[in-house]
Design a protein around this ligand. Structure first.
Ligand code: GLP
Length: 253
């Protein structure tokens, strides 16, 4: 199935577009209608403006997060939850602390719980069950890595992969080192939703902006479906939209 994509002028307008789609989705599922809505959320620098936009729209009364359940894609292994670069800290700082989300309905893989009596496998399996028990993900937000990774599904990930412990690719560690004092401090592992987990979401929206993402985006849309570019697996889903700025769309044939 061909991946649909829409091209906006720049990062800000692409982010506004995605925030608008999210607000529509949330409002369509408001407690007065069908009640529940489960969102899959992403981290990284790309969705920051989306979250800023959502916080603003919440403050102006355009949207409420009551009744919303969230599941984040991934979490680093080896960082305590209060570490400023943990994805939990990111979500608190950029969204959770500013809107009326019920904290007990927000979820990230509990990577910090890995120890002798809590294996990464058990924590990953529990995350899959939590997603299933919530009725699955209605709307999944994704970014994309320069090597085509989604969540932390690096090249080599299989189409049916579940939530699991993964090693980060050297290029991902390098790319994410900008958030840490040095490359050595970047965690080398994470727990991530698998490609199989992501593909179960009913709708998927991938936001990519900037020239650095152009090759990965073009390969995901036009290239073969291959674990060399994990985002290309999205071609097998029936409801995917890529929201791009001009630069990120510049290599699409
Ligand atoms: C990170 C995250 C991904 C994100 C990607 C791109 O490592 N695990 O979910 O999409 O890399 O990040 P950025 O938006 O900062 O370029």
């Amino acid at each position: 199935m061909a991946i649909l994509y829409t091209v906006l002028e720049d990062h800000e307008s692409a982010s506004r577009h995605v925030a608008g789609l999210l607000v529509e989705t949330i409002n369509r599922h408001s407690p007065d209608t069908s009640g529940l809505c489960t969102l899959g959320l992403a981290t990284g620098s790309t969705p920051l403006s989306v979250y800023e936009n959502l916080c603003r729209r919440y403050q102006s009364g355009e949207v409420s997060f009551q009744g919303i359940t969230t599941f984040n894609l991934d979490e680093y292994v080896g960082l305590p939850p209060e570490h400023p670069q943990s994805y939990l800290a990111y979500m608190r700082t950029n969204l959770f602390d500013h809107v009326d989300l019920d904290r007990s309905k927000t979820h990230l893989p509990a990577a910090h719980q890995i120890d002798d009596s809590h294996s990464a496998e058990a924590i990953s399996r529990r995350y899959e069950s939590e997603i299933e028990n919530a009725g699955g993900i209605d709307w999944q937000l994704l970014g994309i890595g320069v090597n085509g990774h989604i969540g932390f599904n690096e090249p080599g990930a299989t189409i049916d992969s579940p939530t699991r412990l993964v090693d980060l690719a050297a290029s991902t560690i390098e790319a994410n080192s900008r958030f840490f004092e040095s490359t050595d401090q970047v965690p080398k592992q994470a727990i991530t939703m698998g490609i199989g987990t992501i593909l179960k979401a009913r709708k998927i929206v991938l936001l990519a902006t900037g020239a650095a993402k152009a090759e990965a985006v073009a390969a995901a849309i036009n290239g073969p479906v291959t674990s060399d570019n994990p985002a290309s697996f999205l071609q097998t889903h029936s409801d995917v939209l890529f929201v791009l700025d001009r630069e990120a769309a510049s290599a699409i044939a």
